[in-house]
Design a protein around this ligand. Structure first.
Ligand code: NAI
Length: 353
């Protein structure tokens, strides 16, 4: 195990990792601080069962680097971080509460270098518990003084991204009649579908919980396709809002869309998939550019003390950032993902300067 940890840390360009083993729950806690160049490292706490502790550390390192990019390109005064609680099984009740309190102590011990929030398998209620031990937490419930769910803001940000991508790739100023396929109509995809319907888009919905897609489709007058057909649906825009890794060597040849812009994290199976999309003439909106609405919501309302009008302006700016990224990709003959990476590198260089 020590060798695996050493190898991962040697290969990481992050600033530091705080590690604690919680014997009572047999949980490894990893707080990965990738960058504090632009401000405190911010990113959620993922709770998950991993085959080995090193797999959890690998996930944390990768996700924390992605948060540096997401926060930088969103123009937030935040660095990137992520925490992983590698549990032997997802704890409940008193055991879960005790673990979260001890985790809160670890976050507090870092003195504000890292600011946490919800992620996979952690909720607003969990952040309320973490907040009993540390100030450095966002995403508490509204009742506990937090700003509540970030999903609606994530959807609004993706919506602005889709508008910008359609303007850039199709030359249309609105979404009237644009055909958009939403894969996954959960907390983000559901709100996104409503926004798109209001804007006059023609919708195709898919979810592995078919009743979810069907109920929403009835309400919005949308079409439903089985989940396995979502990616290959003929459409102007494909919006992946379910899971990561959906754009890969196998799926890209089957796509029948002009644009991919959605909320899911880590949509590309591997970096080369950006080139595969470009070769097919499909405009790809880098996921971390368009799905930053959630962290914008939390940081704006809870850390920066801004009001909803300022938050909304930050969400609208996602469209402008994506447009700048797509223009740059064209001008420099690179993929939108590479253009986004260059924009991030410039912001970090300016921060260091
Ligand atoms: P959610 O769990 O509420 O919704 C996901 C939906 O996708 C569910 O309805 C699920 O049944 C469906 N689904 C899962 N696999 C599917 C498949 N193969 N085909 C079709 N549908 C499928 O999650 P949420 O919060 O809406 O997040 C969606 C995505 O956006 C996730 O990848 C998440 O990491 C990402 N994201 C979410 C943010 C937020 O603020 N909630 C912020 C940034 C990214």
């Amino acid at each position: 195990m020590a060798d695996a940890f050493a190898e991962l840390l040697r290969g990481s360009d992050g600033e530091e990792v705080a590690v604690r083993y919680d014997a009572a729950t047999e949980t490894w806690m990893f707080v990965c601080v990738h960058s504090t160049v632009l401000g405190p490292a911010a990113g959620g706490t993922r709770m998950k069962v991993y085959p080995e502790p090193a797999d959890a550390l690998r996930d944390g390192l990768r996700l924390s680097a992605a948060m540096t990019s997401k926060n930088a390109i969103a123009g937030l005064p935040l660095g990137g971080g992520k925490a992983v609680l590698a549990v032997p099984e997802i704890p409940t009740g008193e055991r879960r509460r005790a673990l979260l309190l001890r985790y809160g102590e670890l976050v507090e011990a870092l003195g504000g270098t890292y600011v946490t929030a919800c992620d996979m398998n952690t909720s607003e209620r969990d952040m309320d518990v973490v907040a009993e031990r540390t100030r450095h937490v966002m995403g508490r419930s509204v009742e506990a003084g937090g700003s509540g769910s970030s999903a609606p803001s994530t959807a609004v940000g993706v919506f602005h991204g889709i508008r910008a991508a359609v303007r850039h790739a199709i030359g249309a100023d609105d979404l009237v009649g644009a055909r958009v396929a939403v894969q996954g109509v959960g907390a983000v995809g559901g709100v996104l579908a409503r926004l798109l319907a209001e804007a006059g888009a023609e919708l195709v919905l898919a979810d592995v919980v078919p009743e979810r897609a069907e109920a929403l489709a009835r309400e919005l007058g949308a079409e439903v396709v089985p989940p396995e057909e979502a990616l290959a649906t003929p459409c102007d825009v494909l919006a992946p809002c379910a899971t990561g890794g959906v754009l890969n060597r196998e799926t890209i040849p089957t796509l029948r869309c002009r644009i991919v812009a959605g909320a899911a994290n880590n949509q590309l199976g591997e970096p080369e998939d950006a080139d595969r999309l470009a070769e097919r003439g499909i405009v790809y909106a880098p996921d971390y550019v368009v799905n930053a609405g959630g962290i914008i919501h939390l940081a704006s309302l809870e850390l920066l003390g801004e009001d909803e009008a300022v938050r909304d302006a930050r969400l609208r700016a996602i469209g402008e950032t994506l447009e700048a990224c797509l223009r740059r990709a064209e001008a420099e003959g690179i993929s939108p993902g590479q253009a986004a990476e260059r924009m991030v590198a410039e912001r970090l260089a300016a921060g260091r300067g």
